[in-house]
Design a protein around this ligand. Structure first.
Ligand code: B12
Ligand code: SF4
Ligand code: SF4
Length: 416
């Protein structure tokens, strides 16, 4: 079941806890970049390196990718890694896979290495809006209507654009052009199903990732075509083209946490981000604060629970572990090589750091909204204490996820 998908109003109440910063500057977003900052090449990310770098590429990583494509009839015989768990995971990726594989013959992987492709031309003439503010609210309204769980707007910032894309044909870099007219980035947040994430690590929990991408593709393509139909440019992008996290922070969707992910007031970090690059004149949102940085200073749940020891329990720093980290940004950084080698070992992606984070809660519930208030106050240690007493964040056995949902459906049937 999705995280109370249609309960937007209740979830939205968490925004009352949030304070907005005075502007959208780096300082307000708490971004600290130093002189040796360098843009990041996608060729250096761990997934791309696993295609060509013998330090990452192994029979295990090859098997990891193959298992997303062919049916698996039981792998480790372990709970959470059965055929039905993989069957749902792979099916959840299917829509995203259709786009990713559609233009492979042109050396494109839409949504992952290249932007999503749009089928139709837009209008020849630009529709005029009374103001950028009005245009922004039209875009937000439309995005929410077609399934976006969160929407925010940031200024286009070339620092986060990949210096090059990755070509699967040449296993090296290729150009990553962004048209000169692009001024803004619309950031779309797509909730990951919390109940599936609660089963991590498991093949089943990978279904939350797959559905995140599949739903994201739908919203990004729809809203990009909508903008084109209004006569403006729009480039729909999932993991390709640019780093998502700095944009999500600038667009006011959440705060950056020690586990290297953005934590939102509506879903904690159980959320994925897509982006749309556009020349439509819009107003930008401001970064927000709701006590994440302060909480991360006294909490080490993600670092302790990470099965690959990839998340250091430290202060933000300029540390890089290997070429797969961007340089010149003072921030919390994780060791992506360690993280991915764990995925290859368990033969599916992991989301333990999302599951255990105290901010990952169902905020449709009053008590969880109250918890958020306490977390964003001087009583945050009490919030942390309550979290540990609640035993929230424990792993739910995948078989219980299946059984619980079966029981729920049977109950509904008898009520009909
Ligand atoms: C490659 C990648 C990975 C790789 C490898 C990362 C690497 N170093 O190569 C690995 C395997 C580790 C990975 C794991 C996961 N990922 Co990932 N990943 C990406 C991806 C596709 C590219 C990021 C990248 O190029 N990193 C390379 C360099 C830049 O890494 P870095 O220096 O360590 O910087 C990281 C952060 O510090 C931050 N960052 C970078 N620059 C700056 C600058 C500032 C100022 C700040 C504050 C932060 C920041 O972003 C980087 C994310 O890797 C992004 C999508 C995207 N285009 O951004 C998703 C993305 C970051 N992943 C995401 C998720 C959810 C996960 C997982 C939970 C897996 C899952 N089940 O979905 C885990 C969590 C691991 C963790 N704790 O971070 C989400 C994050 C959503 C969120 N709530 O923030 C993203 C945005 C994908 C999405 N479509 O939503 N991922
Ligand atoms: S688990 Fe704790 S330290 Fe890690 S990101 Fe969440 S609040 Fe911060
Ligand atoms: S996804 Fe799993 S292995 Fe990777 S950092 Fe998070 S907890 Fe660690």
């Amino acid at each position: 079941m999705h995280t109370e998908r249609n309960d937007t109003a209740k979830r939205g109440l968490t925004r009352k806890v949030v304070s907005k910063t005075i502007d959208s500057s780096d300082e307000s977003a708490r971004f600290i970049l130093v002189d040796d900052f360098e843009g990041f090449s996608q060729v250096d990310d761990v997934f791309c390196r696993s295609q060509y770098d013998p330090q990452i590429k192994s029979p295990e990583t090859q098997r990891f990718y193959e298992m997303y494509r062919r049916p698996l009839t039981g792998w480790r015989g372990a709970e959470g890694y059965d055929q039905h768990d993989y069957a749902l995971r792979n099916a959840s990726w299917h829509v995203a896979d259709i786009f990713a594989e559609m233009h492979e013959s042109n050396d494109r992987r839409d949504g992952f290495l290249d932007p999503l492709s749009l089928l139709r031309e837009g209008a020849d003439e630009e529709t005029s809006f009374p103001s950028p503010l009005e245009a922004s609210s039209v875009i937000k309204q439309a995005a929410q209507a077609v399934g976006a769980d969160l929407v925010g707007i940031a200024e286009y910032d070339s620092r986060w654009t990949y210096t090059e894309r990755f070509s699967m044909n040449s296993l090296s870099g290729k150009p990553n052009p962004i048209p000169n007219k692009i001024r803004h980035v619309i950031v779309i947040g797509q909730a990951m199903d919390k109940e599936l994430v609660d089963t991590a690590p498991s093949a089943l929990s990978g279904s939350a990732t797959g559905m995140g991408y599949s739903l994201d593709a739908l919203v990004l393509l729809t809203i990009s075509q909508f903008i084109r139909n209004l006569g403006y440019q729009a480039i729909p992008s999932m993991n390709d083209t640019a780093l998502a996290i700095p944009y999500a922070v600038k667009a006011g969707l959440g705060e950056y946490g020690k586990h290297g992910l953005v934590i939102t007031p509506e879903f904690g970090s159980s959320v994925r981000f897509g982006k749309i690059f556009t020349d439509l004149p819009l107003t930008v949102d401001r970064p927000v604060r709701f006590g994440v940085e302060e909480m991360c200073k006294i909490c080490d749940a993600c670092s302790k629970a990470c099965p690959s020891r990839a998340i250091p329990n430290n202060e933000p720093s300029l540390t890089t572990f290997n070429v797969s980290n961007i340089s010149g940004v003072k921030k919390w950084t994780i060791d992506g090589e360690r993280c991915f080698s764990y995925w290859a070992k368990i033969n599916t992606d992991c989301a333990v750091c999302i599951r255990v984070c105290p901010f990952t809660r169902d905020y449709t519930k009053f008590l969880n909204r109250l918890w958020l208030r306490i977390a964003h106050s001087r009583l945050r240690r009490i919030a942390l204490y309550i979290d540990s007493k609640q035993k929230r964040g424990g792993r739910v056995a995948s078989k219980n996820w299946w059984l619980f949902n079966q029981a729920r459906h049977q109950e509904n049937d008898t009520q009909l």
